[in-house]
Ligand binder design. Structure first.
Ligand code: GLN
Length: 485
């Protein structure tokens, strides 16, 4: 099997046995990036020198018998994670030349685990989008059909994993940005419980929703990556102070008797027929493996998109106020006075979607409107969390589609923000409730990948990963590979 097809467990064994070195593996992946990335635009920055230096360190560590499962494994980071000495653009002109003075906790932890960073991946500007078309660095293309989008906002990470340009990658998910691109590119992605992974050093979009998570080709690889990034961080006040489960160790359990809740509201109107059939085929397979099916209802799930599009823009308008042209980021030429400096720096630095969000959010938070919009949205958020709480009394894991359709064509929704926002109709409720959610490949529809979403109760990542892993042991949907890559 080619090097770039191997799982983390396989690579780790071969690295440990001296059959391949991290330097060889890293060189191989860098060559693949050179050969394929011009067609896909997954990377904003490729860090060849750093990668080779880290690979050398990893090889020394392996030789000294001090390796963990991730040591020597080449990965990529979404360009929203701050990296010392490597620019962090967040897909924006505003941060085109920004050099962070520190590493994000997630980046630091993966570095300590011995991973090799190949580069920083493309993304929607400030993680706002579902297609990667809002990036200042140009859109990413889906390796399954380069005329289609890879989803967003972690589209660069998703396409890079799908095209085998890296073994795994980091992403962030505020409303679906790990799961929806994972679905559209046929890979496995996990958004952990809010607070499971540190947000420190992750450029903030909507702080009460943002969460980092892994993207890879299988649930098993995702389990290794999650083990590398999860855990309490005193620098993030919303980070959860509870022990991290043994995710890889939990993958061996059979799923007989596990109660799987199929969401009634997710299987009806608005769902593409091919995607619906594919999700049902995956559900049938779970049944065959011994899981019990129950129908559940999330009666307020329909309110998740409107609630999110108040909460997320409100928090983004506040978070993005720091980009004022004074402290860091883009500054306009020859400002007349302070107001001119603010105005022009922000007008030039931000793209259209980011400006739209800042305006909506500022309006929603303005005096006299706060109760009508923000407070109301927070109440809806509670109703949604209560729906899930009740659903989890009847089932252990919830399943449904990740996205309403397969990958759409570049430009198809670019001028229609509402249809773009509806891409996240099945993912957003999970963020509003703070729950963990995954997307794993279901059978393809018309040759394009489909995502099956699995939602767990708070901090139940180990169970989610095991259910996904058991399904992947029994099927080959996650092994499909885009032609030409
Ligand atoms: N697509 C959603 C948005 O545009 C979610 C983005 C995300 O999860 N970062 O806000």
């Amino acid at each position: 099997m080619e090097l770039h097809e191997q799982s983390i467990a396989q690579l780790s064994r071969r690295l440990g046995a001296g059959e391949v070195s991290s330097t060889e593996l890293t060189t191989h992946m860098l060559e693949r990036i050179r050969a394929h990335d011009a067609a896909l635009n997954c990377f904003i920055t490729v860090t060849e020198e750093t990668a080779l230096a880290q690979a050398k360190t990893a090889d020394e560590r392996i030789a000294a018998g001090q390796a963990g499962p991730l040591t020597g494994v080449p990965i990529a980071h979404k360009d929203i994670f701050c990296t010392l000495d490597v620019r962090t653009s967040c897909g924006s002109r505003m941060l085109e030349n920004f050099m962070s003075p520190y590493d994000a906790t997630v980046v630091g932890k993966l570095q300590q685990a011995g991973t090799v960073m190949l580069g920083k991946t493309n993304m929607d500007e400030f993680a706002m989008g579902s297609s990667n078309e809002t990036s200042y660095f140009g859109p990413v293309r889906n390796p399954w059909d380069t005329g289609t989008v890879p989803g967003g906002s972690s589209g660069g990470s998703a396409a890079a994993v799908a095209a085998r340009l890296c073994v795994a990658a980091t992403g962030t998910d505020t409303g679906g940005s790990i799961r929806q691109p994972a679905a559209l590119t046929g890979i496995t992605g996990l958004k952990p419980t809010y607070g499971r992974c540190s947000r420190w050093g992750m450029v903030a979009f909507a702080s009460s929703l943002d969460q980092a998570g892994p993207m890879a080709r299988s649930a098993e690889d995702v389990a290794f990556m999650l083990a590398g990034i999860a855990g309490f961080d005193e620098r993030d006040s919303t980070s959860a102070q509870r022990p991290v489960d043994d995710y890889a160790g939990a993958l061996g359990n059979d799923i007989r008797g596990v109660r799987i809740g199929v969401v009634r509201e997710f299987m009806g109107d608005g769902l593409d027929a091919g995607v619906g059939a594919s999700v049902l085929a995956a559900v049938e397979e779970l049944k065959r493996l011994g899981a019990e099916m129950v129908e559940i209802s999330l009666p307020n799930a329909g309110l998740s998109v409107p609630a999110y599009y108040v909460v997320a823009p409100a928090e983004c308008s506040s978070n993005l106020a720091r980009f004022d042209g004074v402290r860091y980021g883009h500054r306009c030429e020859d400002p007349k006075d302070l107001e001119d400096l603010y105005k022009r720096s922000r007008s030039e630095g931000f793209g259209a979607e980011v400006k739209r969000r800042i305006m909506i959010g500022t309006y929603a938070l303005s005096a006299g409107y706060y109760d009508a919009y923000y407070l109301k949205a927070q109440k809806v958020r509670q109703l949604i969390a209560d729906d899930f709480r009740q659903a989890f009394e009847k089932c252990d894991v919830i399943v449904g589609p990740t996205a309403p359709g397969t990958a759409f064509r570049l430009g198809e929704k670019a001028d229609d923000p509402v249809s773009m926002y509806l891409q996240d109709i099945y993912t957003i409720a999970v963020n509003l409730a703070g729950l963990p959610g995954m997307s794993i490949p279901a059978p393809a529809s018309d040759g394009m990948p489909v995502g099956l979403q699995l939602i767990g109760s708070y901090f139940d990542e180990a169970r989610l990963l095991n259910v996904a892993h058991q399904l992947q042991l029994a099927t080959d949907w996650h092994r499909q590979r885009p032609a030409g890559f």
